[in-house]
Ligand binder design. Sequence first.
Ligand code: IVH
Length: 675
Amino acid sequence: MSDTQTTVRTRVHELRTLIEHHNYRYYVLDHPEISDAEYDRLMEELHALERQYPELITKDSPTQRVGAVLLAAPGQIQHVPPMLSLDKASGEEELCDFDRSVRKELGIVQRLEYAAEPKLDGLAVSLRYENGTLIHSATRGDGHVGEDITHNARAITAIPLRLRGNNWPMVLEVRGEVYMPRAGFEAFNRRAREHGERIFVNPRNAAAGSLRQLDPRSTDRPPLTMACYGVGRVEGMQLPMRHDVVMALLFEWGLRISPNLTIVSGVEGCLAYYREMLGRRADLGYDIDGVVFKVNDLALQQRLGSVSRAPRWAVAYKFPAPEEMTIVEKIEIQVGRTGALTPVARLRPVFLDGVTVSNATLHNEDELRRKDVRMGDTVIVRRAGDVIPEIVTVIQERRPPETVPFVFPTHCPICGALVSCVEGEAIVRCSGGLFCPAQRIAVLRHFASRRALDIVGLGDKLIEQLVEKEMARTVADLYHLTTAQLTDLERMGEKSARNLVEALTRSKATTLPRFLYALGIREVGETTAQALARHFGDLAAIMAADLETLQRVPDVGPVVAREVVTFFQQAHNREVVNLLRAAGVTWPPMKQQKITSTLAGKTFVLTGTLATMTRNEASARLRALGAKVANSVSSKTDYVVVGTAAGAKLDKARALDIPLVTEEELTTLFEKQVI
Ligand code: IVH
């Protein structure tokens, strides 16, 4: 045997042992130690090796599990036809490959019609109805034989014990996913925590872990539900030959189906659906890990058939893994612009949801204590959309023995000043103010950032040096830096020094909103800075404004007003402003616009669902522009904003001939009105 073969053999053995171990943790104990993504990787590696070295395949390899014939023992139910699994496509290319091979097999050149559905993240379950009555329910098991869970299924209110109507087949076996909606999951975990019971990492595990505890006699049942996605055995009736029509029939018979099932045309339609669901994923109220596409025509499905464990007429297009497992290498405290101490976990880099993640926020001391994250811990990290990755949970089983809980510092780790905590606030702050280098660095960084004064070439490393060498104590000092001084710094040639001085000079010509934003007043983001600038027209007026005057600005409430007043009350802040102006920072005069927009005084009514904002947000922005927002349409209404699934208000608007505004038009309106 060659060396390579021995190495491969060892790895294959290792993989099998690992996979079996994780199967046991997952399926038997309902207590996985690794993320699904990592499990899939192990399986894939084993599959790949076995494909390359078929002689190494053994009957008991985990890859051979599906397809094995097992006899149904007591408490088990045989699945005829077997409950198949789905092939995966990762990436657009693989999806196109799937579509191409399906059409090639069928000899079809035109676009195919696909049924598109979310891929629910729960457990596959089958329900058998005889003469309309639920007689059996089983888990998927290995696809051929599953566990009898009839008793538990009866406790799920979404599963009818009797089908509605009377035109159902004598035998109808439906298949679908049992899952726990997110809201139910939160409540379920909260309760478990209160009772000192085990809490679950995610809704999927909670569904798996609680399914067998379900008891129809109990009033306190885990919040599980089910959505059907297919049929198994049917006797005594020929069902329609289209997947969507069959699903509609199931719905008529009282079974739940996904509200997001839709028909799409060709691979283009599939991709559009995928993107839509990816965008809506966070708002669905339940977890989905991808979407499923099925050839809608059942005659075509039959022609395509299946290979080993998966049908050739369906494909799962999975979303990028939203959770991953990694190791906390260090826990550090970051000091922000406002002095807030934020614990941050430095992670062993991990690829998650399309990006490499190496930091996760731990938010604050309370959160850190609650999650008890320690250096050396193995953790599950999650990244949803643009938000900073966070640690979902610590995997206790993997905690090294010598770890100790993280002790939150009593002094700023940067300047040594005492930290303070405001009553009722979770945030701990450094009391060093601008004497604290960390805060100085953060202030400078914000000032120079693209959306503030946009000082090109003034990067983090440079800022750190400037603070360390005391060359920039305040932002105003930046404008007195010379090429000679800058050339002395590390990694600074004469040319880049000259470029930076030029960039600094260029940045002096700015706008009032940018300048205000750059000052880094707490609670004053870009939008508020714009609103303030527009309302007052010049800086002196803002600096002189009192709480009451400030609150006349759209969107400025008591909290923002207080921060603005406090900021300009500080002598050193006023001095910095003066120094900046003296150094030549200037902006063109602004036209004061105390709600003189064309929307002022106009009455709007909103109807239907908006895609890019909530109705409340739209109303708030309209009001900020001086418009009125009413609840019902009347002859006094000037415009009706129409979202999707608009109802009676739309009819009334049409009847009264009131101008309609689409969401797109509304967005353009906002863009035009708010600089
Ligand atoms: S169809 C023959 N549709 O995904 C096709 N499965 O990876 C069998 N799943 O075991 C499945 N949502 O538990 C189908 N809309 C959906 C689904 C779905 C979730 C699960 C199901 C299956 C697994 C396959």
